[in-house]
Design a protein around this ligand. Structure first.
Ligand code: PAD
Ligand code: ZN
Ligand code: ZN
Length: 375
């Protein structure tokens, strides 16, 4: 048992005190894990656009909050009743839990565990938080909260992984890579020889490209407004890249002409209503499948021509790539260790944790794919 087990740990965390504010590195108190909880020492954590959705208000959260949800770390201590992880285990916290009991978990095709915190409750199951700062409770984010040296998560929100896995790389399996790769491999089930189109070439979009390539797609078209993203997209597998700004015609017509009307799969990896409709319209009217991967903005509605679906298209979405998190993350780590995919292409910046605001600046300027913060 570690010397800190059962005690409050004081450590550094990046606290967001309110909407649209920079992170403030503070000393926080992290309470010991309660029943069915584990306290984790975070070793490395990536910056994902979803964290920014909390800062910008596109996603509802309670303040003050510790965001961050893409990480790897080591279990420091466990609460009563925990049997599947123990102190010293290398783990990945899971923003999508797998409780094993809810309607999604018990169905072989479901992965959206009902314990996911999509409404921004910001507390653990007992309704309280394990963080305090300056005497105030600080809320959790998506069952994870990784922008801190220590966090507490529930047992069903953590996956034990290979102890030899490098945390500064496999942290990406906690969100961005797994989400994109799974959208192609698991949700769309791209078939060999097909043509795929990926809207949005951030860390998640590039991971979709990697999934399409692994699945044997023969043509992969990347779409972004920022042409600086094209080079990297090509190096991970895009066969060509275009910007909608270069065309007068609607993008679905452009793609239909480019491919002789043969787009099998499209992926929306931006998180905008307009691109969701563009992606739907861009897949083949009869056999095409379009997958919504980008997180939709809170409380916005879509209007679309139902003829788009009537003709035969399939419209899907997925959270976390469709993977069952506790079952599949350790397997993805095994695949990474067996060199079935490479994460280095996605990691453009590595920064010390206290430079977190710089990491977000890189995201805003469109200069980074993934910045990884080291504790
Ligand atoms: P990112 O901001 O790094 O990448 C988004 C890319 O989209 C950028 O390269 C932009 O230039 C580009 N872009 C912006 N507007 C347009 C447009 N109109 N047309 C084409 N391209 C455009 O984000 P990311 O890769 O980290 O995440 C992408 C989305 O996926 C984001 O909405 C995030 O919240 C979501 C996400 N979803 C899940 C999930 O489980 N479904 C998980 C992780 C991230
Ligand atoms: Zn994410
Ligand atoms: Zn569940």
């Amino acid at each position: 048992m570690s010397s800190t087990a059962g005690k409050v740990i004081k450590c550094k965390a990046a606290v967001l005190w309110g909407l649209k504010q920079p992170f403030s590195i503070e000393e926080v108190e992290v309470a010991p894990p309660k029943t069915y909880e584990a306290r984790i020492k975070i070793l490395a954590t990536g910056i994902c656009r979803t964290d920014d959705h909390a800062i910008s208000g596109a996603m509802t959260v309670k303040f003050p909050v510790i965001v961050g949800h893409e990480a790897a770390g080591v279990v420091e201590s466990i609460g009563e009743g925990v049997t599947t992880v123990k102190p010293g285990d290398m783990v990945i916290p899971l923003f999508l839990p797998q409780c094993g009991k809810c309607s999604s978990c018990i169905n072989p095709n479901g992965n959206l565990c009902e314990k996911i915190d999509v409404t921004g409750k910001g507390v653990l199951s007992d309704g309280t938080t394990r963080f305090t700062c300056k005497g105030k409770p600080v809320y959790h984010f998506m069952n994870t909260s990784t922008f801190t040296e220590y966090t507490v998560v529930e047992e069903d929100s953590v996956a034990k992984i290979d102890s030899a896995a490098p945390p500064e790389k496999v942290c990406l399996l906690g969100c961005g890579f797994s989400t994109g790769y799974g959208a192609a491999m698991k949700t769309a089930q791209v078939i060999p020889g097909s043509t795929c189109v990926v809207f949005g070439l951030g860390g998640v979009g590039l991971s979709v490209i990697m999934g399409c390539k692994s699945a044997g797609a023969s043509r992969i078209i990347g779409i972004d407004l920022n042409k600086d993203k094209f080079e990297k997209a090509k190096s991970v597998g895009a066969t060509e890249c275009i910007s909608p700004k270069d065309y007068k015609k609607p993008i679905n017509e452009v793609l239909s002409e480019m491919t002789n009307n043969s787009v099998g799969y499209t992926f929306e990896v931006v998180g905008r209503l307009e691109t969701m409709i563009d992606a739907l319209a861009s897949c083949h009217m009869s056999y095409g499948t379009s997958v919504v991967v980008g997180a939709p903005p809170s409380s916005k509605m879509l209007t679309y021509d139902p003829m788009l679906l009537f003709t035969g298209r399939t419209w899907k979405g997925c959270v976390f790539g469709g993977w069952k998190s506790r079952d599949d993350v350790p397997k993805l780590v095994t695949d990474f260790m067996a060199k079935k995919f490479d994460l280095d292409e996605l990691i453009t910046h590595v920064l010390p944790f206290n430079k977190i605001n710089e990491g977000f600046e890189l995201l805003y300027k469109g200069e980074s794919i993934r910045s990884v913060l080291l504790m």
